[in-house]
Design a protein around this ligand. Structure first.
Ligand code: SF4
Length: 451
């Protein structure tokens, strides 16, 4: 394996750039309270809420996890399988529809229209056009699918043929998210990605011709082997494509990735091929500086949106405002009227439960009012802007007072700007938002591991 450090760190910040290495452990805050507090003991709460009528005005989304990939990327921490044959894929899809069926019969869900749908993975585009038809039709037969406002579908460029994209458009996909990650074949190969750059350009052109309402390009700042020169090239190529939105994640190293295991075996606390956090932030800043003058707006710590396209990300925005989410598939996460749930993460157990007509749930957590308030506040802070009145109206809480000390610290660190009705993260704050959020966690959740 060839590892290389970034070649041209920015001169103005060079001295401190070695300090914040990318070490082992979670950085990204996906939910609250931390997953390590979700338990099997709380499962009766989830089963009880499924029997309740829905609260009015809470929107409903559906997530379907397609856990198959051609290869395992070395930085991947998702539940994915690279060794399943056609029959096993078929068995899984049948189980997924059985799970959708269970939800469709639960009083909490029955009859509610789907507001947004998300096919994630894994690699949803791993499925054939025929399998996609079966899956979409099966979901549409079971749940109220009446033109959801957004249907997102994640695609790995190397698994897409033109006819598959045509099928996806016909089936109702509105937001095609392309897992580009990088344009350098050397870096894609080093990091274990299955696709190569020519496939990116080919798929992008088809997707534009076919006319998806929104095309998103996913990038990762800080893949092993990344350099300033290459990152500039990636941003230039992304800008040339003019996608409706661009998502940029900063590379992290949770414990269960290939890279993390290699580091543990070698007794190393950091990976020499992955840039430090300040360099990754400098790369994101470069992306902002390049893309904003070209007509993009920053819509969260990870997303830029092309102004003229008026692209949205309804899945993200609804979840961050407390919507319900049916999470289907092995290891999937859901949210049901204040109760977090996660499915079992073992293939056999997932299939067996559904074969027996049982819920495949593994753990749950019922939030109290304070948990719900903090959850929404930290998730919405990821957009870089907090509407104070929203929390007053929804939770009867003045969050400016309630978290006075934390805001003052953020301001002192030049991460926050305050207006009477709205708090905004500065650019510097937004680029490291996940690092700032644990300070808002309730004390009982502060000292334990996140996952
Ligand atoms: S394609 Fe995505 S889900 Fe599959 S192994 Fe790579 S990062 Fe993980």
């Amino acid at each position: 394996m060839t590892l290389s450090l970034p070649t041209t760190p920015p001169r103005e910040a060079a001295p401190e750039f070695d300090q914040e290495k990318t070490g082992l452990g979670n950085y990204f805050i996906a939910n609250y309270p931390p997953f390590s507090f979700w338990t099997k003991e709380a499962l009766p709460e989830a089963l009880a809420v499924l029997q309740c009528p829905p609260k009015p005005d809470v929107r409903l989304g559906l997530y379907l996890h397609i856990p198959f990939c051609r290869k395992r990327c070395k930085f991947c921490y998702f539940r994915v399988y690279t060794d399943k044959n056609a029959r096993e894929v078929e068995t899984y899809l049948n189980a997924l529809l059985k799970e959708v069926e269970l939800y469709s019969q639960a009083p909490l869900i029955a009859g509610r229209p789907l507001d947004f749908v998300y096919f994630g993975g894994g690699t949803p585009s791993y499925l054939s056009a025929a399998q996609l038809h079966e899956l979409f039709d099966g979901v549409k037969r079971r749940l109220r699918w009446e033109q959801p406002r957004e249907v997102t579908f994640e695609a790995e460029p190397g698994t897409v043929q033109r006819e598959k994209l045509v099928a996806l458009k016909e089936l109702g996909v509105t937001r095609l998210s392309l897992g580009v990650e990088n344009f350098s074949d050397r870096i894609l190969e080093e990091n274990g990605r299955a696709h190569r750059s020519p496939e990116i350009f080919r798929v992008y052109e088809w997707a534009r011709e076919i006319g998806f309402a929104q095309i998103n390009v996913d990038l990762i700042a800080g893949m092993v082997g990344e350099t300033w020169e290459n990152w500039r090239d990636c941003i230039r190529k992304t800008a040339d494509l003019q996608p409706d939105s661009i998502t940029i994640y900063q590379m992290e190293l949770p414990f269960n990735t290939v890279y993390s295991k290699e580091m543990l075996q070698a007794g190393q606390g950091t990976h020499e091929g992955i840039a430090s956090w300040p360099i990754k932030r400098a790369w994101v800043a470069h992306a902002y500086e390049t893309l904003i003058p070209l007509g993009y707006d920053v819509s969260s710590g990870y997303t830029l949106v092309r102004r003229s396209s008026q692209a949205k990300f309804i899945y993200r925005d609804e979840l961050w405002h407390g919507a319900d989410l049916i999470g289907t598939g092995v290891a999937s996460f859901g949210h049901l009227q204040g109760v977090h749930v996660q499915n079992v993460d073992q293939w056999d157990v997932y299939l067996q439960r559904l074969d027996e007509g049982q819920w495949p749930l593994n753990r749950a957590f019922r939030m109290d009012a304070e948990d719900a308030l903090i959850r929404e506040m930290i998730l919405q802070l990821k957009t870089g802007s907090l509407d104070l009145d929203y929390f007053q109206q929804k939770y009867q809480t003045a969050v400016a007072d309630r978290f006075r000390e934390a805001w003052s610290h953020l301001e002192a660190e030049r991460c926050l700007e305050r207006a009477p009705d709205r708090y905004r993260l500065t650019r510097e704050g937004l680029m490291q938002v996940d690092r700032l959020l644990p300070r808002f966690f309730a004390e009982k959740y502060q000292t334990t591991r996140y996952t």
